[in-house]
Design a protein around this ligand. Structure first.
Ligand code: GMT
Length: 377
């Protein structure tokens, strides 16, 4: 099929899922066109099956806010028309689902049919989408998509609770390419680059937004390192980084905590991680945790949002109440304190990711694209 993928090109989970999906579809022989403002970070090569179309927003002194949706919907129309796309798959409702609806209307005038699949990722519903500023337009664009998917059961339930949704939301979990992780397991991990052989490694990866509670990460580590010789790796950039740095200084942890910034090769860092920390306020799914599990890390997380669907309490790691850093530290210590327990949790984590494998999820998306043409919208 010929599929257009619209996403944020950044390090965030929705962009990662969209990019990995597009690359896998192209590998299977579909023609995939990414439409966004920058080349997605994980899109490392382009080919006759994998295209990138940049959305450029012209500046004009009158605009206090640049009309990105307008430029995006115009670009979608151009690309659908020029390359005969059959489906526009938009990741993250704001503003992509709305722009796709407009593109579809414009194409209708030209008698060009296209179907719109919207994948809801989380904050497009929970933190941003349900805000009165956006709610009406988000609800409208969800209800006017041909198919709507959500990345967890929890996100589906939350969407139905916060909005009046007419269509049935299909749950399609996020996925990992296990072959990529098989490769890292077969490679030698350069663990010594970040820690001494007797030290354990704890990692956190995020966009350092308030929802990630990076200060809780530091508080958990502060408690853990008192009992277990260890290092903390912090990967990502964002508004909360400074606060986290200050807390690291306050607790005199500077020689034990490494701020590594953004990375497009997280799997190389995850390969030497023992415990992954994700104490988020909410997380529709927690792709970062799934990637860590695929690399054989136990996960210490909150029990919010869709996290219990990914991290299984007492099996792949532990779940705690929001903000309970003492409990999260206690759980991390219980996993790290002896090597056989740690090995068991790591193995369980890896095993559990098999149900989220690309081979299982990709055909579900392909079926969704085909099904759009069987239903009348
Ligand atoms: O977590 C973020 O702030 C980024 C956000 C995004 O849209 O990129 O992530 C959301 O989508 C991911 C992929 O589906 C999920 O794994 C994350 O849990 C979700 N984030 C939140 O719900 C906070």
């Amino acid at each position: 099929m010929k599929i257009g993928i619209v996403c944020y090109p950044t390090f965030g989970g929705s962009g990662v899922v969209a990019t990995e999906l597009g690359m896998a579809l192209a590998d299977k022989g579909h023609e995939v066109h990414f439409i966004t403002y920058n080349q997605p970070v994980r899109l490392d090569f382009l080919s006759h099956k994998l295209h990138f179309h940049q959305v450029i927003v012209e500046e004009y002194p009158l605009f206090q806010y640049q009309p990105y949706e307008l430029a995006l919907s115009s670009k979608m129309v151009d690309v659908v028309e020029k390359h005969n796309l059959e489906v526009l798959h938009v990741h993250y409702a704001i503003p992509h689902a709305y722009a796709a609806f407009m593109a579809k209307q414009m194409l209708k005038e030209k008698k060009i049919p296209v179907k719109v699949v919207t994948t809801l990722h989380g904050t497009d519903i929970t933190l941003v989408g349900s805000h009165p500023t956006y709610k009406t337009a988000v609800e409208f664009s969800i209800n006017n998509s041909d198919v709507v998917t959500a990345v967890s059961n929890n996100l589906k339930e939350t969407t139905n609770r916060l909005f009046t949704i007419k269509n049935d939301i299909k749950v399609i979990y996020n996925f990992i390419d296990s072959k990529k992780y098989d490769k890292i397991h077969n490679q030698k991990c350069n663990r010594i680059a970040v820690a001494q052989p007797h030290e354990k490694i704890l990692t956190h990866i995020s966009n350092f937004r308030p929802v990630k509670r990076v200060e809780d990460v530091v508080e958990i580590f502060y408690r853990v390192q008192k009992e277990i010789p260890s290092k903390l790796l912090l990967i990502g950039e964002g508004p909360e980084r400074l606060k986290a740095e200050k807390l690291v200084e306050k607790h005199k942890l500077s020689n034990k905590v490494l701020f590594l910034g953004n990375s497009s090769e997280v799997s190389k860092i995850l390969c030497y991680t023992d415990v992954f920390l994700l104490p988020s306020q909410t997380e529709s799914f927690g792709l970062a945790a799934l990637e860590a599990m695929a690399a054989k890390s136990a996960v210490i997380s909150t029990n919010t949002g869709g996290l219990p669907e990914v991290n299984i309490n007492g099996v792949t790691g532990y779940l705690s109440n929001l903000g309970d850093v003492d409990d999260m530290a206690k759980n991390a210590i219980s996993i790290l304190k002896d090597d056989s327990t740690l090995a068991l949790f790591k193995e369980n984590a890896r095993e559990h990711t098999k149900r989220f494998s690309l081979e299982n999820i990709l055909p579900v998306y392909e079926e969704i694209y085909k099904s759009c043409y069987k239903t009348k919208v």
